[in-house]
Design a protein around this ligand. Structure first.
Ligand SMILES: Cc1cc2nc3c(=O)[nH]c(=O)nc-3n(C[C@H](O)[C@H](O)[C@H](O)COP(=O)(O)O)c2cc1C
Length: 199
């Protein structure tokens, strides 16, 4: 599914978004628009250069070992069925990995942080280490983990700039998250970021 084109201008200053950014753990059940989903995925890993290659967040050696999944709840994003989706930067599109509302399962896999289940969307930042260790060896793992931080901050700031809020979760059972998502076993989840309107 192709996503709406992202905006590259906004109404809120970068300084204000940095000032206002907070980790939020309480979300309204209000649905998001497809445009909001598009924008936050673009900020995470969208292609931003003219040659259509480099992305919104930096990557050691431009090897891009990261993938972003979206956990979408029922009636949570307009025109979208609930499910687990994978973002494809090349086409600025998403593909369905698994159908169903798995927000509660993801929250349980996150050591029972049930507040997460109320967010309409949770983005899962994953790393496929082999895509970077092939050049940098073991040090590539460190680089990929750093990249998750860059992507996470982009998600925070973009959410804030659109009037949304985000949370960030590092406490979860890796294998349980992979199993719930039906994602590739080599895609190691590093950060989970619930996104929505603050309650
Ligand atoms: C790597 C990392 C993992 C985190 N994991 C969790 C988590 O599992 N659950 C949670 O509620 N907050 C988590 N947080 C959020 C921190 O508690 C939060 O950033 C901190 O309290 C500072 O608040 P602020 O983000 O609002 O400035 C995590 C933050 C980071 C950077």
């Amino acid at each position: 599914m192709h996503l709406p084109d992202p905006m590259i201008d906004g109404d809120v200053s970068l300084e204000r978004t940095i000032h206002k950014r907070r980790t939020i753990r309480s979300f309204e059940s209000k649905a998001l628009t497809l445009k909001q989903l598009s924008q936050v995925l673009w900020a995470a890993q969208g292609i931003t250069d003219i040659g259509e290659f480099k992305r919104a967040a930096p990557s050691a050696g431009a090897l891009y070992p990261m993938d972003i999944y979206g956990v979408v709840g029922k009636d949570c994003i307009e025109k979208m069925d609930p499910g687990i989706y994978l973002y494809e930067p090349a086409g600025h599109s998403i593909s369905l990995v698994k159908e169903g509302d798995f927000r509660r399962d993801i929250a349980i896999a996150s050591l029972g942080q049930i507040w997460m289940a109320h967010a309409p969307l949770t983005l899962v930042i994953t790393a496929e280490y082999s895509r970077i260790t092939v050049k940098y060896g073991q040090r590539g793992i460190r680089y990929a983990i750093m990249e998750a931080g860059h992507i996470g901050q982009n998600i925070f700031l973009q959410s804030q700039a659109m009037g949304l809020e985000a949370g960030i979760v590092g406490a979860f059972e890796d294998q349980e998250v992979i199993q719930v998502m039906g994602s590739k076993k080599t895609h190691e989840p590093l950060l989970l970021m619930p996104v929505g309107y603050k309650r």
